[in-house]
Design a protein around this ligand. Structure first.
Ligand code: PLP
Length: 391
């Protein structure tokens, strides 16, 4: 007789929604000849000098725990990098924590901030994990819908309309996953005013900062009076092509990091020692490779946006990350039907926009972290598909 496990599982865990992205990965993985525009990770392998450093560290026996916050040497490099690249200044001793990916940085952040019932504003379409992370920490995710007509940008007015007495934080992600939308300095400054007026904390997910194309990236904490209100989240996964290394970091005022560290001590202890040494190398000698990858994504973005618009899928020009988010409304299909039919009929995997929140319906996310040849072939297949779907 099988046991009824339901009664053992917490309601909070049971009610979590599985990622809408995984479902398509699993389906695509079971088929031959699929071109995947579904994945959210670089197609580059981590540059050799970074890999070499960690191989050497492993050979030399760097296999122990490190300080909970990470090697001081790495925190010093992170602090210098943030100042050099983004004009923000954090003390390596007590304002930086090395985490297991930006994912863990987000988890630590929400567990530190939220009491049951606290509300967190999430700009949608949004990274699939955000609302689950908030819910798991006992908070309530409050979506703010954005639309293509406005380049998927959130405005101070939209934020004002969503704030209540229970709002504690707002999560910003620029460049955004899945839309690629970037907010410029003026737009962020306007948001900062609302943040101050309502006494909010900003969780600024800057994981795609290195992949900003048409403007200079603005780190939220660099805006006047925003340092004290910002939890900066970044990492090595996207810009440095290090997704599998699982290395990210938090930079925030020490009153917040000291509490985060208590949770970290009891849950994770530290990020892997030998990989942290590779990350030191990434920050010291990685910028040339990062630039090369950035330029390559830029070329592919331009090609894909132009091609999708040509074949009839309206697509705004995203300012960053490695995603485009074209409208599929002309086909009359839901985004899930579009993605499923495209995969089955033409073997091209994209992610339905609905996976990223209600305002993502009518769109699909295509990642261009794949070769130009694959992108070109994907467009040929999509054009053929559209020929049958748009009457
Ligand atoms: N934040 C955003 C917006 C992402 O798109 C992702 C990964 O796709 C993450 C965070 C997680 O990054 P990491 O690999 O560092 O955990």
């Amino acid at each position: 007789m099988s046991r009824d496990y339901h009664k053992y599982i917490s309601t909070r865990a049971f009610e979590l929604q599985p990622s809408g992205i995984r479902k398509f990965f699993d389906l695509a993985a079971s088929m031959e000849g699929v071109i995947s525009l579904g994945v959210g990770e670089p197609d580059f392998i981590t540059p050799w000098n970074i890999r070499d450093r960690s191989i050497e560290a492993l050979s030399d026996g760097y296999t122990s725990y490190t300080a909970n916050a990470g090697l001081l040497e790495l925190r010093e490099e992170i602090s210098a990098y943030l100042t050099r690249r983004f004009h923000v200044s954090y003390q390596p001793e007590n304002e930086v924590i090395v985490t297991v990916g930006a994912s863990q940085a987000l988890d630590l952040t929400f567990r530190t901030l939220l009491n049951p019932g606290d509300e967190v504003l999430i700009i949608e379409p949004a990274f699939v994990a955000y609302s689950s992370l908030v819910s798991m920490a006992g908070g309530i995710p409050i979506p703010i819908a954005t639309y293509a007509e406005n380049g998927f940008k959130v405005t101070p007015e939209l934020i004002e309309a969503a704030v209540t007495k229970r709002t504690k934080a707002i999560l910003l992600c620029s460049p955004n996953n899945p839309t690629g939308t970037c907010l410029n300095k003026e737009e962020l400054t306007a948001i900062a005013k609302v943040v101050e007026e309502h006494d909010l904390i900003v969780v600024s997910d800057e994981i795609y900062a290195e992949l900003t194309y048409d403007q200079e990236f603005t780190s939220f904490a660099s805006l006047p009076k925003m340092f004290e209100r910002t939890i900066l989240i970044n990492g090595f996964s996207k810009g440095f092509a290090m997704t599998g290394w699982r290395l990210g970091f938090i930079a925030a005022p020490k009153e917040l990091t000291s509490v985060m560290l208590k949770i970290y001590q009891h849950t994770t202890m530290c990020a892997p020692h030998m990989l942290q040494l590779g990350a030191v190398e990434a920050l010291r000698n990685g910028s040339e490779q990062v630039d090369k990858m950035q330029k390559s994504y830029w070329r592919r973005r331009n090609l894909l946006v132009q091609s999708l618009n040509r074949i009839g899928l309206d697509c705004h020009m995203p300012g960053g990350a490695f995603y485009v988010f074209p409208s599929i409304k002309k086909t009359g299909l839901t985004s899930e039907e579009f993605a499923e039919n495209l995969l089955k009929e033409e073997k091209v995997a994209v992610v339905p926009g609905s996976a990223f929140g209600a305002s993502g319906e009518g769109y699909v996310r295509c990642s261009y972290a794949t070769s130009i040849e694959q992108l070109q072939e994907a467009v040929v297949r999509m054009e053929r598909f559209l020929g049958r779907k748009i009457i």
